[in-house]
Design a protein around this ligand. Structure first.
Ligand code: NDP
Length: 296
């Protein structure tokens, strides 16, 4: 069997085009412009690249982008004061604080200061609780992107056996909640799971969110399964720096029914879902119906 490649790059472009269509209609019919504020503290090179890319794509879909670049030494009080201002600003519908923050800043405190209705990363404790109890929330972007790709590929997911490897608050846990919300039978695996290969082989849907290069070999994949590889790992191969996922792509693609590549799978969906969440937040803030197919 050779797996169908789930093209996250193309899917993300489709999501962005849908978002852009909604944004254009909001402007024309309501005079509304969804706005996303991104806060970056310090000069972490990877974070700078992400923030630049987010700002560019925000503008491309017709939204307003507000970038706040703060000095590495910024005090917690100053950062919280900025978040308070953004919370109160009616032109800002989404607020994202780029993580990781410098070590003198308490990430939990900072994230929980964001108005949950503007928390487009879905990390605020209220949104975590709402998602966990199956209520309307802001959903973390990476798992939302994975869910969209799975729904697009399978239609209904009800009754499928899903295994999520990784239990982080950013990916693994919300991914499992979303799959449960779509009535999958969900197992969450982690570093203490016994006989991980056997657990993975049960999965109709296997989501890998570990952060270990190619740790899931092809023979852990059930024939015909759908494999969603969230991992982004930079390694050296044949003297070159390359990006690989948490799954041995070549091995898994021989067995799986469908698979996301790295790069070009889950990665591009994350920013597309950030834009979708900002649109959703803007619609909710203005009492308008939410865009269909762009939320959980
Ligand atoms: P974390 O490091 O926060 O979590 C990793 C999880 O993997 C933990 O739950 C850990 O278990 C588990 N784990 C570690 N080693 C093993 C093992 N040997 N067997 C089974 N489970 C193991 O990572 P994140 O969730 O933040 O990210 C995971 C990956 O996804 C990374 O490669 C990251 O770069 C990528 N990522 C990609 C995004 C995208 O846009 N595509 C966005 C976010 C992340 P335990 O809890 O027991 O320690």
């Amino acid at each position: 069997m050779t797996a169908t490649i789930i093209d996250g790059k193309a899917f993300a472009a489709k999501v962005r085009a849908e978002v852009a269509g909604h944004v254009a209609r909001l402007k024309e019919e309501r005079g509304l412009v969804p706005g996303l504020a991104v806060v970056l503290v310090g000069e972490d090179p990877a974070s700078q690249v992400y923030v630049k890319s987010k700002g560019k794509q925000t503008v491309e879909v017709g939204m307003a982008s507000f970038e706040h670049k703060l000095d590495r030494e910024t005090s917690e009080a100053d950062l919280l004061a900025l978040i308070d201002r953004l919370n109160a600003d009616p032109t800002v519908h989404g607020i994202l604080v780029q993580l990781p923050l410098p070590s003198h800043l308490n990430s939990e405190l900072v994230i929980n200061r964001i108005d949950p209705a503007k928390d487009v990363d879905g990390f605020h404790i209220s949104n975590v609780g709402l998602l966990g109890t199956g209520q309307k929330s802001m959903v973390p972007c990476t798992p939302l992107g994975c869910l969209m790709m799975l729904r697009d590929h399978h239609g209904k997911l009800a009754g499928m056996e899903a295994v999520v490897v990784g239990r982080s608050n950013i990916v693994g846990k919300p991914m499992a909640q979303l799959l449960l919300g779509d009535s999958c039978t969900v197992t969450i695996a982690h570093s203490r799971t016994k006989d991980l290969g056997e657990v993975c082989r049960r999965a109709d849907i296997l989501v890998a969110a570990v952060g270990r290069p190619e740790m899931i070999p092809g023979d852990w994949v059930k024939p015909g399964a759908t494999v969603i590889d969230v991992g982004i790992n930079r390694i050296e191969r044949d003297g070159k720096q390359v990006l690989v996922g948490d799954v041995d792509y070549a091995g898994a693609a021989k067995v799986a029914g469908a698979i996301t590549p790295v790069p070009g799978g889950v990665g591009p969906m994350t920013i597309a879902c950030l834009l979708a969440n900002t649109l959703t937040a803007c619609c909710r803030a203005n009492g308008l119906p939410e865009p269909e197919g762009l939320t959980a």
